[in-house]
Design a binder for this molecule. Structure first.
Ligand code: PBG
Length: 332
């Protein structure tokens, strides 16, 4: 009856029978030290403006951001990525590299209180331009579009300004060709040869960024980001993007979003074996929160399962809005 089977000699359930053994043979583990918590910062004092579509998150002034970092570090989360909401926007996003830009000022304050935490700066223009696109616009191609090469010098200015203000890692997210090479050269020339670059190498034009755009006040005023972010249908192209960014000098690379792109995470890890981050984005967070609020899912178990799946797929670092809840839950 069992002629072609190793059963009953082989029973994989034997490894699951005892809860302690089950734990000991577990292949993947989660550590709050792997999490990167996104923070939305804006000018002012004492500002904590809740973000409707991202329960538990708020736009913070620098003093409030310091408190958030205090709380996170108590839970073992020591890495943060900063997104800025500037007081003024213009056509080129000049607030992104102004001397007193909101990220630079906030960084200085955060660094004073937490000199040994890790602060990453998102390097992009969609929060700073009045049209909400990730750079300078032109009609060079016959269509109104982000002008790749005209945006690069601004991107370098932004990164250098953030480096001067104390960024520990810069993370360009605009999906411009040549962005990593330009930033590397600019940072080196400004005396920041030691500063690593985390490239949003494979970033897809995704509808899962919806809540973020409310949080960062950055929706495009016309069109979408399909001419610079990747087509969700493409997997092989992500490997080309990653290969190019590594050649240009990226020290770490990112796949974003995470959940619908776990195949890409796995392929990048297997092909390149470099430090890899995955971004568990705002829409992924909002779906869990909304279903949990309705009592339709067990938030704790679903969240930890999601984060585990991202790790299992091959991510070393996870950018996630669940960082603090998950850190609390992992403590038991
Ligand atoms: C661009 C940027 C975006 C996100 C991170 N960096 C938005 C976009 O490309 O429109 C999205 C993150 C999220 O949804 O959590 N600066």
């Amino acid at each position: 009856m069992y002629a072609n089977s190793r059963f009953p000699a082989t029973r994989l359930r034997r490894l699951r029978y005892h809860p302690l053994l089950r734990r000991m043979v577990r292949e993947t583990s989660l550590d709050p030290g792997d999490f990167i918590l996104p923070l939305f910062v804006r000018p002012g004092r004492g500002v904590r403006q809740p973000i409707r579509s991202m329960p538990g998150h708020a736009q913070l002034s620098a003093d409030e951001a310091v408190k958030e970092v205090d709380a996170a570090r108590q839970l073992g989360v020591h890495a943060f990525i900063l997104f800025g909401i500037p007081a003024h926007k213009d056509a080129i996003g000049s607030a992104a590299w102004a001397g007193d830009n909101v990220i630079a000022l906030t960084l200085q304050e955060l660094k004073r209180h937490h000199p040994d935490a890790l602060f990453i700066t998102d390097e992009c223009f969609c929060e700073y331009t009045d049209h909400g696109h990730c750079g300078v616009l032109s009609e060079r191609t016959g269509m109104r579009d982000v002008d790749n090469d005209a945006t690069l010098p601004n991107l370098v200015r932004q990164c250098v300004r953030h480096a001067e203000a104390g960024a520990d890692l810069v993370a360009p997210s605009g999906m411009l060709d040549g962005m990593v090479a330009a930033i590397r050269q600019g940072l080196d020339a400004a005396g920041f040869a030691h500063l690593p670059i985390l490239s949003y190498a494979a970033k897809y034009a995704s509808a899962f960024y919806g809540p973020f755009r409310e949080a960062a006040e950055s929706p495009p005023s016309f069109g979408d980001r399909g001419s610079y972010q990747m087509d969700p249908a493409n997997g092989d192209e992500a490997l080309r993007e990653v290969a190019l960014d590594l050649e240009e000098g990226a020290d770490l690379v990112m796949v974003k979003p995470a959940l619908s792109y776990l195949d890409v995470v796995r392929r990048v890890k297997e092909r390149f074996g470099v430090p890899l981050a995955a971004y568990n984005v705002s829409g992924e967070y909002a779906m869990v929160k909304a279903a949990a609020e309705r009592g339709w899912i067990d938030e704790r178990r679903v969240t930890l399962e999601i984060l585990m799946s991202i790790k299992r797929a091959g991510a070393d670092l996870i950018l996630t809005y669940h960082a603090l809840d998950a850190a609390r839950w992992l403590r038991g």
